[in-house]
Write a protein that binds this ligand. Sequence first.
Ligand code: TXA
Ligand code: MG
Length: 314
Amino acid sequence: MTNIDEAVKILKEGGVVALPTETVYGLAGSINSQAAIQKIFQIKERPFFDPLIVHVSSIEQAKSCTHHWPTCFDILAKEFWPGPVTFIVPKNDSISETITSGLQTVGLRMPDHPLTLKIIQELHSPLAAPSANKFTKTSPTDYQHVKQEFPDLPVVDGGKCQVGIESTILGLENNKILIYRPGMLQKSDIEKTLKDHQLDISVTYHESPIAPGHLKHHYMPKRPLVLQIGHNLEKGHIPNTIFKNPLYWDIPDKPAIAARQLYSKMRELDKETHSCLIFKLKEEYLVQEDFSGIVNRLIKAASYTSPKNFSNKT
Ligand code: TXA
Ligand code: MG
């Protein structure tokens, strides 16, 4: 286990360390070390076209990474940071194109975890950090998850992640806020804050082709995950062979609990000697805003859904 002082030392020397956040563990390197950024991509086996989020410990530090910090994001950051929301803004020269995969924008977030905030403060530099898992695989929400996947990596133990799925990612285009990736900070939370500040800006879901897990499949566990929506399993399009010894999980009714347990369940169930995982989701959750981030991850993680052609309205 790596402590704060050791983590700061490693980061200063251009190394990488896995750090806890309230969403998922991140694989962090200083934005000032090109070597660290390259190591992140190598360790994750992540293609260079997928940009990294930059983590800061204050709004001032966020402003130091951009040449335009929009008023609406300033208001939202004051309300929700530290917390599970990332703002995409135009980058300045302090952020290399290796971090942003050649884009002229950068994702900025202040994570809500005391250890990681302390590390960023002591380092006096923001940290680029994607989730600490191999590319397209399930994100880690506990110290042990990272250790199992990367036994040799220094990891700061911050316990279990309290939110459990990755941050909501927001872009701003033509004075409209776009939700590129849903998370546990919801559209209605954003709208309410903007309205309280008399800002007339619309907020819409818009999965960006350049943003997160935009691949159709992401977050996948090792064994097939079957997402069962509603009461009955429609097996037609699912190979019968995978149902030899399934393991079931009823997705909890409280979205905060469902999100907190989601990736842990995928990993926990993965270890067992089961043929597949059947995650049962009540149909009404498909239209419940608080479940939008969870449903988004489930659909990407699932090898099969039942029914095959359900309609996802979130
Ligand atoms: O909660 C989180 O956001 C976690 C923790 C560690 O902070 N981080 C995380 O990072 O989920 P990652 O790399 O696994 O996912 C970030 C996503 C990437 O898929 C990337 O496509 C998108 O954010 N992204 C980063 N910079 C972007 C940019 N400039 N424009 C559009 N999308 C961007
Ligand atoms: Mg990720």
